[in-house]
Every structure is written in structure tokens, then in C-alpha cells.
Write a new protein. Structure first.
Length: 271
């Protein structure tokens, strides 16, 4: 079932458009870095001269800038592939065929999530390939070991975003409504909750999904230009911090799976 979903989606115009869009984004990021190297200064304190930075720190800044754009790509990919996977079956009427198959509901749900995660990560990988390519062109070397953490965290964030998207999608029969609802929950509601958490100190803002996902670029430089509450450090996030944030992402993933399975099972029972 997962292979069938991946095979037909890869051939779709939506997947090809997402790949094309990510390629355009990569070229634009590279253009900014070549045309306006002064952009590096926006990520370091004003009293530090970028031209005098060690090469290892310039490499971190390069990857930090690239990953700063990357945090939005898994969200958009999840809206494309994750939030539409279940409603698409309702739109075509094939959900009733799936319901008649001797297949466990959890297996159907996981096949959709696995397929959407693979597709989302494949489309996102286009930007990673461009990032490595331009890194090699500029620095004449391959990225360091932190880049492996970056890719693994990118996969984890993608999986978490897809689970989140599917958990939202099971409430809808329309793919467009599902995708819009997911983006509203992620981009609007989560950011409002983050502001509330910051002002009330009821919970740590790191537990809010939008803030948790930003570990992608903090693996290079432990700073968050979107959230000034965190201390600024030009060093990478320490391993315990990465493990802690990864645990929160897994918690989000499993919680979303539970919600998705419960709602999907309820709707199949009464469909």
C-alpha cells in the first residue's frame, strides 16, 4: 500500500512541482549568498567583523543561513503530501474500498504517513543536494560531521510534521481544506501559543512545535533569530540539547499518531 501511494504520487504533477519549487528556492538562496555576502552580518553580533571570522565559523554561518530557510520546507511538503493523503481517499470515494479490505486501520494510516514522509523528504532533499553542492564550490571541502546531525534532524522534523499534518487531515474530507487547516494550526496557532508561553512562563517555549523544529539550524549555531529569549551562541547546540529536542519531536509524532488513529477509526466505524 505504501509503495502504491509513493509510486503514483511521484508521477504526479504535485510532486514534480514541489521538486521544481525546491530547486528554485535553492538557486535563490545561493544567489543571495553570492550577491550579498553581507547577509552573514545579520546573524552575528554587531561588534564582530565577519571578514575576520575563522573559516570554520564561516562554514557554520553558511549552513545556518541555508537551514534557516529549510525549516519551512518540511512544513510545506507535509501540507502537500501529508495533509492530503486521507482526504484524497474521501474525495475519490476510495476510502470505502479501503474500509472493506482485511487490513488493520493502523496499517492504512501508517502506510499513508510513511509514504508522505518519504515523498516530503525526497522533495526536501533537493535543497540539501544544492546546499552540499554550493558548500563544496565555495569552501572546496565537504561539510563536517554536524551536517549528518542536520540531515537526521531534518528527517525527524519531516516525519513529525507529516504526523501532525495527518492528525489534522483526518477531520476533513477535502484536501484543500485540510492543507489550509494544517498551515493555520502550524503557522498561526502555534506561534500564538509560543507568545503566550513566553509571556506567562506556563510552559517552556521549546515545547511549542514551531520552536522545536528550529533545532534544524541550531545544530550549526545555537541561536534563534526568531526567538530572542534563547541565548546567542556561535557554537553548535550541544548533544544533550539535540537529544532533548529530538525527544520532544518524537513526543509530538506519537501524540499526533494517537489522535490520527483515534479519529480515523471513529470515522471509519460511522462512514
Amino acid at each position: 500500500m505504501t509503495k502504491f501511494f509513493i509510486y503514483h504520487t511521484v508521477k504526479s504533477r504535485a510532486f514534480l512541482f514541489m521538486v521544481f519549487l525546491n530547486a528554485v528556492i535553492s538557486i535563490l538562496i545561493a544567489s543571495i549568498m553570492f550577491i550579498s555576502p553581507v547577509l552573514l552580518k545579520s546573524f552575528v553580533p554587531g561588534n564582530i567583523q565577519v571578514n575576520g571570522l575563522p573559516e570554520i565559523l564561516v562554514k557554520r554561518l553558511f549552513n545556518f543561513q541555508w537551514a534557516n530557510i529549510m525549516i519551512y520546507i518540511p512544513v510545506l511538503s507535509s501540507a502537500f503530501f501529508g495533509s492530503t493523503a486521507i482526504p484524497y481517499e474521501y474525495e475519490r470515494g476510495t476510502i470505502y474500498n479501503l474500509s472493506s479490505l482485511p487490513v488493520d486501520r493502523f496499517q492504512i494510516l501508517m502506510s499513508k504517513i510513511t509514504g508522505a514522509t518519504v515523498l516530503s523528504f525526497l522533495s526536501t532533499s533537493v535543497i540539501v543536494v544544492f546546499q552540499i553542492l554550493f558548500f563544496v564550490i565555495i569552501f572546496k571541502s565537504l561539510p563536517g560531521s554536524k551536517f549528518l546531525f542536520y540531515i537526521l534532524l531534518l528527517l525527524l522534523v519531516t516525519f513529525s510534521d507529516v504526523c501532525f499534518a495527518v492528525a489534522v487531515s483526518v477531520f476533513f474530507n477535502n484536501s484543500g481544506h485540510s492543507a489550509i487547516a494544517f498551515l493555520i494550526v502550524y503557522l498561526v496557532i502555534m506561534n500564538i501559543i509560543s507568545l503566550i508561553a513566553t509571556g506567562t512562563h506556563f510552559i517552556s517555549p521549546i515545547f511549542v512545535k514551531t520552536n522545536t523544529d528550529r533545532v534544524i539550524y541550531r545544530v550549526f549555531i545555537n541561536a534563534d533569530p526568531y526567538f530572542l529569549k534563547y541565548s546567542f551562541s556561535l557554537s553548535p547546540m550541544a548533544l544533550p540539547g539535540i537529544e532533548y529536542t529530538s525527544g520532544i519531536l518524537l513526543l509530538y509524532s506519537f501524540s499526533a499518531l494517537i489522535v490520527a488513529y483515534a479519529v480515523f477509526s471513529f470515522r471509519r466505524n460511522f462512514s
